[in-house]
Write a protein that binds this ligand. Sequence first.
Ligand code: ZN
Length: 98
Amino acid sequence: MPVFCNAMAFIEVVCIHCRKPDDIVRNGKARSGLQRFLCRSCNKTFQLDYLYNANQPGIHERIVRLTHNGSGVRDIERYLNISRTTVIAHLKDYRRQQ
Ligand SMILES: [Zn+2]
């Protein structure tokens, strides 16, 4: 498992897309200054942490689950601390996939 030093501590990195711990390299920094990583297995990039909550892994599934449980767009906006236009965009995307 690749281990990277982020100036404070050593962290183990696993790809958030394919969950494989191999072949992960550092891939520059985002505009926010956070470290980006490249998975050479699936050739996708990711960050371990995001400034904006809508970019967190699994946010789409959480929006869909909350909608199925009867939460409205404004409820989801407040609960997940993301923009209501982002919530609507995710729901439109989910509708297109059905
Ligand atoms: Zn991967």
